[in-house]
Ligand binder design. Structure first.
Ligand code: T3D
Length: 262
């Protein structure tokens, strides 16, 4: 295994990205952010039609690497806006704007920004022994990496407040029961199922997947009338893809469609 903070491989039409700092439960460093950003650029440029993200070792991601921050001396302060502006916010925005399905395989604890990062995926699977922790409050910080956006929308304000204000771990089973993630799998089944899902998504009509993602992103902030208009315009675009023609043709010819993502 290499020492690179992020591993990248193309498999079965999708890019597999592995956070690779297992000794610190894959906590984020500046270097890791840079390679991760590059991986999310590289995947579509190299023709990947889906992305799978997981963590090496027993953790998924423990959020910001706390050993990377200098403890300010007397009279000094630290401006955390810089790290959010230059690292976390562009990462989360890139993931939500990327017109490809992103599967997150949460293999262990996802804490702090690691939890926000996990929730920024499109389909989140978790190992039964994984957990989700809004660890920020334990060190005097506030939710970031999108957590304050996703939590009230996904689990409602009551549970969002309790998670963020207590920093108590949420089990993978409860996360699925609360609608925070898609599915929990026995630990040994996580990666085989996540890979099968990523390969299946990569072979699906990925232009329509990108449009679906845009539509569902917008729906979180739109009123019904605006969303109906957006559905109309987005369906117009989907109706112009080769994959739509192939889908209808294959249905009529009673055969399996072969989608190209165009
Ligand atoms: O600064 C900015 O950019 C602002 C933005 C901040 C965003 C954030 O993410 S703030 C939140 C940062 N994360 C945390 O506060 C979580 C800290 N970690 C923990 O609370 C615990 O490690 C866990 C609950 C995640 C897991 O607990 P456990 O008992 O399973 O593992 P452990 O023994 O605590 O950790 C294992 C090793 O990973 C350990 O190293 P060692 O002793 O074996 O050498 C531990 O120090 C290291 N580790 C865990 N989390 C971090 C970390 N090292 C650096 N940074 C971490 N965040």
């Amino acid at each position: 295994m290499t020492n690179a903070p992020v591993l990248y491989a193309i498999r079965d039409g999708y890019a597999e990205i592995t956070l690779n700092r297992p000794d610190s439960l894959n906590a984020f460093t500046g270097e890791m952010h840079a390679v991760l950003r590059e991986s999310f650029e590289r995947a579509p440029a190299e023709g990947a039609r889906a992305i799978l993200v997981t963590g090496a070792g027993r953790g998924f991601c423990a959020g910001q690497d706390l050993t990377e921050r200098k403890i300010p001396g007397a009279g000094e302060t630290i401006d955390l806006r810089i790290f959010l502006r230059e690292r976390y916010n562009p990462l989360i925005r890139r993931m939500r704007e990327l017109p490809l399905p992103i599967v997150m395989a949460v293999n262990g604890v996802a804490a702090g920004a690691g939890m926000g990062f996990a929730l920024a995926g499109d389909i989140v699977l978790a190992a039964r022994t994984a957990s989700f922790i809004q660890a920020f409050i334990k060190i005097g910080l506030v939710p970031d990496a999108g957590s304050s956006y996703w939590l009230p929308r996904l689990v409602g304000p009551v549970r969002a407040r309790a998670l963020a204000m207590t920093g108590e771990p949420l089990s993978a089973d409860d996360a699925a029961g609360w609608g925070l993630i898609w599915k929990v799998l026995d630990d040994e089944k996580l990666m085989p199922e996540a890979r099968e899902l990523a390969a299946r998504l990569a072979a699906s009509p990925t232009a329509a997947q990108g449009l679906t993602k845009q539509l569902l992103n917008a729906s979180l902030d739109n009123a019904l009338a605006a969303q109906l208009d957006l559905e109309r315009d987005t369906q117009f675009m989907a109706g112009h893809t080769k994959d739509y023609l192939e889908g209808v043709k294959a249905f009529r010819e009673k055969r399996r469609p072969k989608f190209e993502g165009k």
